[in-house]
Design a protein around this ligand. Structure first.
Ligand code: FE2
Length: 242
């Protein structure tokens, strides 16, 4: 399996706090069948002011430590960007660690705040698309505006944004209404990837396997497997660290 969303890179955001914790998270992922783990630290101005240069330095260091620990897993680098006008500057200054490049569009993870969809978000996405950037909207089911007003999410689906849902949303960790929304998105064939978005060893630990098992009960084995294999692999095509 390929997991395109995680906060395993240690000491850089609200994810793993130490190297040991990060290595243990990778061990859990490997046990679950993850063969490619994408590390996607937050870039959230004012909260996690991570630059591309710093993220890449930390990634290179971590990769060496993972090799030294002999862990059989491939690592790729990306980032999770919080939506906001700062994104325009990041794009204009080539400061985004791209997840991949698909059909000449560069992909990255785009996160909305917990409750709102900021005014003008659709126009920002249109601008991104005009710059050949394709944002993957992460866990839309965990945004209460999208949860209660599906038309708002449809706007972004219609613009062509792939959706990534979170494994633990599928298994009910964030409540029955969030779980139901993931089921409906799966049934409507609107999901491009299931990912763990893991942050630690307790509470938000790597749990992709359980999410996929749950997805299988909704859309069947074959379709569920594609959401952790071919489909996310396409979104990470041409990753700089392949
Ligand atoms: Fe995340």
């Amino acid at each position: 399996m390929i997991d395109i969303h995680s906060h395993i890179l240690p000491g850089i955001d609200d994810g793993a706090r130490s190297l040991d914790e990060a290595l243990d998270m990778l061990r859990i992922a490997i046990d679950q069948g993850v063969t490619t783990q994408v590390l996607t630290p937050h870039i959230h101005m004012g909260r996690f002011n991570n630059t591309k240069q710093h993220i890449e330095q930390e990634f290179t260091k971590f990769k060496e430590q993972v090799n030294a620990a002999n862990l059989p897993i491939k690592l790729l680098l990306g980032a999770e960007l919080r939506i906001g006008p700062e994104i325009m500057q990041l794009i204009n200054t080539d400061s985004v660690p791209w997840l991949g490049e698909v059909d000449s569009q560069r992909t990255f993870l785009l996160e909305f705040p917990r409750t709102e969809v900021p005014f003008g978000s659709d126009n920002l996405v249109r601008w991104l698309l005009s710059k050949n950037c394709l944002p993957i909207i992460v866990h839309p089911e965990r945004n209460s505006t999208f949860l209660h007003n599906r038309d708002k999410l449809q706007t972004f689906i219609d613009l062509g944004c792939p959706l990534q849902i979170t494994a633990s949303s599928l298994t009910g960790k964030f409540g029955a209404d969030v779980q139901q929304m993931t089921e409906e998105l799966l049934e409507a064939d609107e999901v491009s990837a299931i990912a763990s978005d893991c942050h630690n060893l307790k509470g938000r630990s790597p749990d992709l396997f359980a999410g996929v098992e749950q997805a299988k009960t909704i859309i069947g084995n074959e379709k569920a497997n594609l959401l952790v294999t071919n489909s996310p692999a396409k979104l990470t095509c041409n990753n700089a660290f392949h």
